[in-house]
Design a protein around this ligand. Sequence first.
Ligand code: SF4
Ligand code: SF4
Length: 203
Amino acid sequence: MKKTIIKKTQRLKSKAIAITVDHFQNINMEQVISWFTHEFKWAMARILFLIYGLLAMLTFGLTAYLTAPIGSKLFFKTWAFWPYVKYYHRIVLQSYRVLWMMCKDWKYKFLFAIPLTSEPRRSPDRTFIALSGNWIHEENTCYGCVRCCDKISCPLLNKKEGICVGYNSFYWNYFLCGCYPFTQQQIDYYGCEKWKIKYQPLN
Ligand code: SF4
Ligand code: SF4
């Protein structure tokens, strides 16, 4: 009996190895190049950004000020950092706040739902996100609502004019804002009336 089980296990293992080898053999050069120029590139960009952010946090913002043009490019789309220096300490403080929110509120874990290799976005993926039935306005506007930005007291929100000063920046496109929403939990967390999830491929 024991021998039969061992034989069966070995056969299954060999089959799994054969399928894996077959899978890799079927990958062509175009797919490899595409992976390096898309998924790999996006993941590296995110990882480098996170390292940059971590360094700024560990040095209480010092590295962010020393590399001000880079921070400006990442958050405000321009190397000309001087109009934006006033935001730097707020962004560093916000990074501590976000870390704190992640530690104390388990609901905020959706922060990790965006895969590192996912495409940067400027709008939700409409294959699995739809406008909520309650939303009577145009798709490309939040009609003065800033609830999600307000809820996390985002320092990039210009409350007076109701605009995001980091709109369409690297940070915006690669992280939570441009990709929003991607989970129902995230929509519920913000109490957003605009979007709903058709189905959730990430879960
Ligand atoms: S959209 Fe802009 S203001 Fe709102 S959370 Fe994102 S970065 Fe902050
Ligand atoms: S909560 Fe929804 S409707 Fe309000 S600003 Fe955020 S995305 Fe727009």
